[in-house]
Ligand binder design. Structure first.
Ligand SMILES: Cc1cc2nc3c(=O)[nH]c(=O)nc-3n(C[C@H](O)[C@H](O)[C@H](O)COP(=O)(O)OP(=O)(O)OC[C@H]3O[C@@H](n4cnc5c(N)ncnc54)[C@H](O)[C@@H]3O)c2cc1C
Length: 388
């Protein structure tokens, strides 16, 4: 497959690149190095600009009002959007809008009115509640949160952990076991409003990323009506799985964007910095780090675009998405690490974005399915075995 951008793609890429360099990076110079949000005025001003560019709602499917951009082009743009300090988890601080929880496209009309459309308009935030203290790599078996039938609805009891942004969300998608006798065929997906009695954000879990990101949730006799079931009862696991597979492509794209930015910084620095009477770029030890960076970036870019292209064509892309996620998160982490090394002490400071990328990239070898689980998925394809 040839992934050389077409002239149309090139135009969009250049537009987004200019936006990141002219609008986002200068604002970051005035922000706290760990900030994930812009001042409300700046955010509103930049949203107007992305709307004028015709690129607002970049992840939103056309039928829900997003721009008519195919998945390969979206991936190329996601790579550009990540090329700034907060780019890995807050690409362009959300000013390009986004689909949020993709599962909501499967919602019924009433749920779309109450949850999907306000989210697409940026009026509501949501969380994705799958992982539990009993495990996240194998959620089908690990889910212990129970939902039992009561009064034309369901009563939830249990806990979730590492749930991103639930403390700031108005609602979330929560997976619970509705049939204990079945494995993945006994899980249902619920939409839970944050104010529902019996639902609590128990605490913020401090991670490498920042002090207020992941959360621990508790459900104690939390009653929700049948209207809150997303999709069909006992078919929730397919909803989770579909989301996780698709999500791996933009997830990989973010890693590639950050790796490109780190590598560019390392190249520039190596040409300027002198030690022992010569520039770093003259040292073979440094050149080889740059070569390895280049290879890691090209590898991840190729596999991620391959996954996007297969998904775009409607072909199976589960293995390709796993390869993309694996090569981009592991390779991207190595690129950031080498780029820090080339910067010496400066690489360790918060004056540069490298240390933030280093911490955040580390999470990506665990989040959305650890590297070992991606390898397991790829091994199944090679060996022709199916999920147990
Ligand atoms: C910052 C952050 C944000 C997160 N946000 C969310 C969120 O919004 N929503 C959500 O639902 N979850 C979220 N998660 C959870 C994340 O998806 C899980 O941490 C991840 O899926 C791994 O689950 P676990 O931590 O329970 O590890 P476990 O499942 O206990 O696995 C532990 C380790 O064992 C190894 N392992 C597991 N299975 C295998 C295998 N088959 N073969 C070989 N080795 C294996 C891997 O190295 C793995 O890292 C977040 C996590 C973090 C750190």
């Amino acid at each position: 497959m040839d992934f050389e951008p077409s002239s149309e793609q090139r135009m969009l890429i250049d537009q987004v690149r200019r936006f990141v360099r002219e609008e986002i990076i200068p604002l970051e110079a005035r922000l706290d190095p760990d900030a994930s949000e812009l001042a409300p005025d700046d955010h509103a001003r930049l949203v107007e600009k992305t709307k004028a560019m015709g690129l607002y709602g970049i992840d939103i499917p056309v039928e829900f009002g997003g721009p008519d951009i195919d998945l390969v082009t979206r991936t190329l743009l996601a790579i550009e959007m990540a090329q700034h300090r907060a780019g890995l988890y807050a690409p362009c601080y959300g000013v390009f809008g986004g689909a949020g929880l993709a599962q909501l496209f499967e919602a019924n009309d009433d749920q779309k009115e109450r949850y999907l459309y306000p989210t697409l308009r940026g009026e509501k935030k949501a969380f994705f509640g799958l992982t539990e203290p009993s495990g996240g790599s194998d959620p089908a078996r690990a889910i212990r949160t129970r939902a039992e039938r009561k009064d034309n609805g369901w009563v939830l009891n249990g806990a979730k952990i590492f749930i991103s942004g639930a403390d700031r969300a108005q609602y979330g998608i929560v997976f619970a076991r509705t049939d204990a006798s079945k494995g993945r065929g006994g899980i249902t997906c619920f939409i839970i409003d944050s104010g529902t009695p019996g639902f609590h954000v128990r605490r913020v879990v401090h991670t490498l990323r920042s002090s207020s990101y992941a959360t621990e949730l508790e459900f104690k006799d939390c009653w929700v009506s049948d209207h809150q079931v997303l999709g069909e009862v006992n078919k929730g696991f397919a909803v989770a799985n579909d989301r996780l597979t698709r999500q791996r492509i933009p997830y990989a794209a973010g890693c590639i964007g950050v790796a490109i930015a780190a590598h560019e910084m390392a190249v520039e620095w190596s040409k300027m910095r002198e030690t022992f009477g010569a520039r770093l770029s003259d040292r073979q030890a440094v050149q080889w780090m740059l070569v390895d960076n280049e290879i890691d970036i090209r590898t991840a870019r190729h596999f991620t675009l391959e996954a996007a292209e297969k998904a775009r064509r409607g072909l199976p892309f589960r293995t390709e998405a796993a390869i993309a996620k694996l090569t981009a998160s592991e390779g991207g982490g190595r690129v950031v690490d080498r780029s820090m090394q080339i910067h010496g002490g400066m690489g360790m400071t918060k004056d540069l974005p490298l240390e933030r990328w280093y911490r955040e990239m580390r999470i990506r070898r665990v989040g959305e399915g650890p590297s070992e689980v991606q390898r397991m998925l790829i091994a199944r394809e090679i060996l022709g075995t199916s999920a147990r």
